[in-house]
Write a protein that binds this ligand. Sequence first.
Ligand SMILES: C[S@@+](CC[C@H](N)C(=O)[O-])C[C@H]1O[C@@H](n2cnc3c(N)ncnc32)[C@H](O)[C@@H]1O
Length: 272
Amino acid sequence: MTATPASPDLKAKHRAMWGLGNYARVADELIPELGQVLVEACEIGSGDRVLDIAAGTGNAAIPAALAGAEVTASDLSPELLEIGQAHAVEAGADSLTWRVADAEALPFDDAAFDVVMSCVGIMFAPFHEKAAAELVRVVRPGGRIGLVSWTPEGFIGQMFATMKPFMAPPPEGAQPPPRWGDETHVRGLLGDQVTSVRAEKRMVDIDSFETGAEFRDFFKACYGPTIVAYRGIADDETRTAELDAALAELGDRYVTAGVMKWEYLLLTAVRS
Ligand SMILES: C[S@@+](CC[C@H](N)C(=O)[O-])C[C@H]1O[C@@H](n2cnc3c(N)ncnc32)[C@H](O)[C@@H]1O
């Protein structure tokens, strides 16, 4: 069956995928600084009405709330939002609203937010035009948009490229997540609905892995898309060994003295 943008099967698959493993460890141990980077880039402050799309466990939503904003954290995965809710209470940010929502069909009014942001999140909604149209729709004129996305040529983009031959083909019309890390693509998606676009490629330093094999094993245990890639070839020892080798080799190419540099695109814009 061909999946369409409205396919409930596809949404259920994606919801289940992100609930696998332990995404909270990825957010908490590897990339916590990205949420703060995004909050600062969006100049979020007291009283701002903020939507975090694909918020996961609240990597950006929680620092936004701590900055005094009125935050709605939305995500396809109720499991991740539940973990985020507990994290928020621990952090002393207990006034967020947590809402299960598909980035391609947001349950919010037009122009409802002063700031709409997404930290390596909206990029995983497969139909980019639809997600971008929803993002723009819910920001008020003059409001801010902020996005952190893995680039195609950076480490996580390369990890997805490495896993691709081992995975089931994506549904018709779906676009690869790291295209949101390509400035030209995002400018095209947002079109003339935004002004003052600023984009900058940056690196986040990851010091959790000494070897590519350590990175691979962490992702095999914690990261939904990697777990799904391995499940698809679980009956095939040769293919599994090939993916094991390919991910370890990719990781080794990026580790230098215990540090990996993962490239991302930080893009901000103002709603026209
Ligand atoms: C890599 S995680 C990022 C989470 C969080 N923003 C962070 O910085 O840690 C990707 C998130 O996108 C969410 N997601 C994937 N597809 C989505 C969709 N169509 N609508 C809403 N959220 C989605 C996943 O559930 C997951 O929480």
